[in-house]
Design a binder for this molecule. Structure first.
Ligand code: PNS
Length: 165
């Protein structure tokens, strides 16, 4: 069985992430979108909210599921019996960072292969951080995320703005 993990923070999932999922989903029998549980990063959305948004976004794929992990990615891969990690790459900066992570993960886990997926050009500037920044300032982010995520972002941005006035 060809299994892969697509790990990330997904705070929140964007159409850029979904583009990566759409590209690789046909290549695997099971694809796990694995959300890092790291409260010290102070995400906008808690783990369950991020998992819900992912589940809604990937509901068309019967073999793509969402899961959470904490600690080292290599340990999660070992315990899940997965030998392939998928990461999206938008530009040369991503590539540089991703190379280091892939090589570190490989050093920690001999059998782990990382597959880099170039993001489609239309999403090359889209990141969860930028989408949150635009939402925070009242901008229209509906082109970059699913409707479910857009609603969640608008609600959270409104809540954060009220807290700061
Ligand atoms: O969406 P992100 O923030 O770019 O994802 C980064 C992530 C979660 C894939 C990476 O930080 C990670 O794997 N963290 C788990 C801890 C770990 O294994 N660190 C060593 C990586 S070389």
């Amino acid at each position: 069985m060809r299994k892969a993990v697509y790990p990330g923070t997904f705070d929140p999932i964007t159409l850029g992430h979904l583009d990566v999922i759409a590209q690789v989903a046909p290549l695997f029998d099971e694809l796990v979108v694995a959300v890092l549980h790291n409260p010290s990063k102070r995400p906008w959305f808690d783990l369950d909210e991020r998992l819900d948004m992912i589940r809604d976004a990937v509901r068309a794929y019967s073999h793509v599921r969402a899961d959470a992990f904490s600690g080292l990615l290599v340990d999660y891969c070992r315990s899940s019996g997965v030998q392939c990690v998928v990461r999206g790459v938008r530009n040369h900066v991503d590539l540089q960072n991703e190379m280091a992570m892939a090589q570190m993960n490989r050093a920690l886990h001999d059998d782990l292969v990382t597959v880099f997926v170039p993001t489609s050009p239309e999403w090359s500037f889209v990141s969860s951080s930028l989408v949150k920044d635009v939402a925070m300032h009242g901008g229209d982010i509906s082109r970059f995320v699913t409707p479910h995520v857009a609603n969640a972002l608008a609600a959270r941005a409104g809540g954060l703005a009220n807290r700061h006035v």
